[in-house]
Design a protein around this ligand. Structure first.
Ligand code: PHB
Length: 389
């Protein structure tokens, strides 16, 4: 080898790693969502929304091509730690996105805290995730269970209902949704409202009959409920079949009627719920999103699709600020905290505890849509109780 060749080889050896750096490796996103069970459709909608945003960005966020690794979490908390460890330790994902079920999300948050992996929660409202377990690397694109519950409590109280029964699944999401409801209801009734009974059954059971009989005998002014997915479809149908719908108004966190109206049919007509999304909001972003979603997936989007889309937006904001480096967690968090996210739900920001600060709509079911009736609570922030960050 002559001198020029040696020099050339040396130059190449130096230059190659630089070129390789400029051409960053793909960013591995671990999607941990339910693909089976009562929340399966919710998992699909979240994934669709997430993928739609990535596709709109040409397959790259913060300059890095996105690669997906998927795990079906089955909405089963007992398998959650193993499932999230598969993504973080076996597949070496850079970011985790998930999930729907609060109990599973708490296990994910524990692993995210231990390993420092960025976690974006695209649904589960567990208070702990943005409360005592809050961390600079944990974000939520959805809501805390308290938020829609609180908004519904204000609505029910302001409508003059005084004696209420609540019914839900006995797990973090149900308990916290009812706690939020009670707070809003107490505020709107100046402490005069009464919760006659808090009924519940284990997740994901749908044997509602005995509980519906109890509601009939208690004769409350109104019922508040948290159910979602397949369980919500069955509850709404059973509530009507038991003859309760015509006598006792049923209110819910909006999950009761979101992504479920095909299955519920006429039994859902007229139901009123509170949520951070509705069908037919008058935002250009929403119109564009709904058109693109329907075209791509041959389906109408729902709140879960929006939350998936916005989880990808949050990831994009963080990665753009760090030029694709997930290790620069301080810069990632700083960018997300100061962003205004242009969501199909309307613009929102991320609060100090990394939960969305957002408007809650009162919606009413008309045909196959949750029509917005107005804003129930504007700019509602989760109290972030127990979060020290
Ligand atoms: C939850 O477990 O936090 C949860 C599940 C389904 C929903 C909303 C919240 O639609």
């Amino acid at each position: 080898m002559n001198i020029t060749r040696i020099a050339l080889a040396a130059t190449l050896a130096l230059a190659l790693p630089l070129a390789a750096q400029a051409q960053q490796a793909k960013l591995k996103v671990g999607l941990m969502l339910p693909a089976t069970g009562t929340f399966a459709a919710l998992g699909t909608a979240i994934e669709n929304g997430f993928r739609l945003y990535v596709t709109e960005q040409g397959g790259k966020l913060g300059g890095r091509e996105i690669e997906f690794v998927k795990v079906d979490d089955e909405s089963d908390p007992s398998k959650a730690t193993d499932n999230v460890n598969k993504l973080v330790k076996r597949d070496n994902v850079d970011v985790i996105v998930g999930t729907v079920h609060s109990g599973v999300a708490m296990a994910m948050a524990r692993v995210a805290r231990e390993t420092g992996t960025i976690l974006i929660v695209p649904n589960a409202g567990a208070q702990a995730v943005t409360g005592p377990m809050c961390a600079p690397n944990i974000f939520r694109s959805s809501f805390s269970n308290w938020q829609p519950g609180y908004a519904a409590g204000e609505v029910v109280g302001k409508r003059g209902h005084k004696r209420v029964v609540t019914i839900t699944w006995k797990y973090a999401a149900g308990d916290e949704s009812v706690a939020g409801f009670k707070e809003g209801f107490a505020k709107a009734t100046n402490g005069q409202g009464q919760v006659l009974k808090e009924l519940s059954l284990p997740f994901p059971n749908v044997e509602f009959q005995a509980l519906l009989t109890e509601i009939a005998s208690l004769k409350p002014d109104a019922v508040y409920t948290f159910f979602a997915g397949g369980g919500a479809v069955k509850f709404v149908k059973d509530y009507a079949a038991a003859g309760l719908k015509k006598n006792i108004p049923l209110f819910g966190a909006g999950f009761l009627t979101d992504g479920t109206l095909e299955g519920q049919g006429a039994d859902a007509e007229g139901l009123m719920t509170t949520l951070h999304y509705a069908d037919g909001l008058d935002f250009p972003k929403d119109k564009a999103f709904r058109l693109a979603y329907a075209k791509t997936f041959k389906l109408q989007p729902d709140v879960y699709a929006v939350q998936g889309y916005d989880a990808a937006q949050i990831l994009a904001i963080g990665l753009t600020a760090t030029k694709g480096d997930v290790k620069d967690k301080a810069a990632f968090a700083a960018a997300v905290r100061k962003a205004t996210i242009d969501s199909p739900r309307g613009k929102f920001t991320i609060g100090k505890n990394h939960d969305p600060v957002q408007d809650f709509y009162l919606r009413q079911v008309v045909g196959k849509e949750n029509k917005p009736m107005g804003v129930a609570v504007k700019g509602l922030a989760d109290p972030g109780r127990g979060c020290n960050m």
